[in-house]
Design a protein around this ligand. Structure first.
Ligand code: DAH
Length: 361
C-alpha cells in the first residue's frame, strides 16, 4: 500500500500549489468525487476480509480526512487572500480634502422668517398664510376700509385689469392683514397665528421696494387686552434681538382695523454715532398694532361681545436690516451673489431658541 501514501502526498502537494478556488475544486473531485481515487479505495473495503479491513480501513479514512482538511484549509487561505486583495484595491484615502461643492446661502429674509416662526412657536403661535393675489374685500373692506376709505389711497395698490367671478377687484395684497380675516373665517376662535409673507406696493427708494415682506400677528381669545399685546411684543423683540434691555413705547395711533391702535417704538442707544437697539436714549418707530376692531371680528365671522384680540404688523426686511446691519433695502432683491455671500446664512444653521436665533454663518 505504498501507493496510497504516494498518491496522498501527490494530492496534498497539488492542493498546496493550487492558485485558485476552481483548481482546488478540480483536485477535490479527482480525489473525493464519485470517480475519485479516495472513493475508489473506499469501495474496495467491501471486498476485503475482516483482517484486511481492520488494517486498511483506518489508512484509507485517514487519507480521506487529510485530503478533506487540506482542501478546506487551502480554500480558506485563497479566500482570505482574495479579500485582502480587494480591501487593498478598494482603499480610499479619507484624509484627502473633499472636492469644493458650490454652496448657496440662506437669504436674510428667510432667516428672519425662520427666527420669527421659532420665537412665536414657543409662545403657542401657529404659522398661517394667504394668497398674494387677493381681492379687495379681504385686503380692504373686511379690514374696515370700505371703498371710499381714504386709507385705501395710502396703499399704492397694484390692481389687476379684470375682476374675479364675484365681481371683486383683484390686486396684489398690500399687507399681510387679509390673512387675519381668512384665518378667522377658516379656523374660528380662539386662535394665535403669525402670517409672514410677501406684500406689494407701488413704491421704490432706498427703504421701499415694490415687493417687500411683512409678518402679521393675530390673537383672538376671551378677555384679551393691551397688556397681552405689550407683553407679547416685548417677549418677541427681546428674543429676536437677543437683548434683555429692549424697551417699548406704545403711542396712540390710527389703523382702520384696530381700536384702539398703537404705534410701537423701540428704544435705542447711540454707540459711536450708531443706533443700537436697547436702552432709552432715543426711540424709533418699529411696528403697528392694536386691539382688533369689533367690525373686523364680525367680518371674520365671530361675535365681538364674546371674542377679543390684538393684532400687529411688522416689516420683516426692516427687522433684518436692524438686526444684521444692512442699510439699503434694494440690495435685498438684486440677487447679487456677493451680497448673498456676505449677508447670507449657512443652510445648516437653523435658528433655535436654545442655540440662538441669529448665529452668524
Ligand atoms: N397692515 C398695516 C400696514 O401694512 C400694519 C398693521 C398695523 C398691521 C396695525 C396690524 C395692525 O395687524 O394691528 O401698514
Amino acid at each position: 500500500m505504498q501507493e496510497l501514501e504516494a498518491q496522498q502526498a501527490e494530492t496534498l502537494g497539488q492542493i498546496n500549489a493550487a492558485e485558485t478556488a476552481e483548481a482546488v475544486e478540480a483536485i477535490r473531485v479527482a480525489a473525493l468525487g464519485k470517480q475519485g481515487w479516495v472513493s475508489a479505495l473506499l469501495k474496495t473495503l467491501g471486498g476485503m476480509t475482516p483482517e484486511q479491513r481492520q488494517s486498511e480501513g483506518p489508512r484509507i479514512h485517514a487519507a480521506r480526512e487529510a485530503v478533506t482538511a487540506a482542501i478546506a484549509e487551502r480554500k480558506d487561505a485563497l479566500e482570505s487572500a482574495a479579500l485582502e486583495a480587494r480591501l487593498a484595491a478598494e482603499k480610499i484615502d479619507l484624509t484627502l480634502p473633499a472636492p469644493e461643492a458650490p454652496k448657496g446661502s440662506v437669504h436674510p429674509v428667510s432667516q428672519v422668517m425662520d427666527e420669527l416662526a421659532e420665537i412665536f412657536a414657543d409662545m403657542g403661535f401657529a404659522v398661517a398664510s394667504g394668497p398674494e393675489i387677493e381681492d379687495d374685500w379681504h385686503n380692504f373692506t373686511a379690514l374696515n376700509m370700505p371703498e371710499t376709505h381714504p386709507a385705501r389711497a395710502m396703499h399704492d395698490t397694484f390692481y389687476f385689469p379684470d375682476r374675479d367671478a364675484e365681481g371683486r377687484e383683484m390686486l396684489l395684497r398690500t399687507h399681510t392683514s387679509p390673512v387675519q380675516i381668512r384665518t378667522m373665517l377658516s379656523q374660528g376662535a380662539p386662535l394665535r397665528i403669525i402670517a409672514p409673507g410677501r406684500v406689494y406696493r407701488s413704491d421704490s427708494d432706498a427703504t421701499h421696494t415694490p415687493m417687500f415682506h411683512q409678518v402679521e400677528g393675530l390673537v383672538i381669545d376671551k378677555g384679551i387686552h393691551l397688556g397681552h399685546l405689550k407683553w407679547t411684543l416685548e417677549t418677541f423683540l427681546k428674543a429676536f434681538f437677543e437683548r434683555d434691555d429692549i424697551v417699548l413705547r406704545l403711542r396712540p395711533s390710527y389703523f382702520p382695523f384696530t381700536e384702539p391702535s398703537v404705534e410701537v417704538d423701540v428704544g435705542y442707544t447711540l454707540v459711536g454715532g450708531k443706533r443700537v437697539l436697547g436702552g432709552t436714549e432715543g426711540w424709533m418707530e418699529l411696528l403697528g398694532s392694536g386691539m382688533v376692531n369689533r367690525r373686523v371680528i364680525e367680518m371674520g365671522g365671530l361675535d365681538p361681545d364674546e371674542w377679543q384680540g390684538f393684532a400687529f404688523g411688522v416689516g420683516v426686511d426692516r427687522l433684518a436690516m436692524l438686526k444684521y446691519g444692512m442699510d439699503d433695502l434694494r440690495a435685498f432683491f438684486d440677487g447679487d451673489a456677493r451680497w448673498l455671500q456676505h449677508y447670507g446664512f449657512n443652510a445648516l444653521d437653523v435658528p433655535t431658541l436654545s442655540g440662538g436665533v441669529g448665529v452668524r454663518a
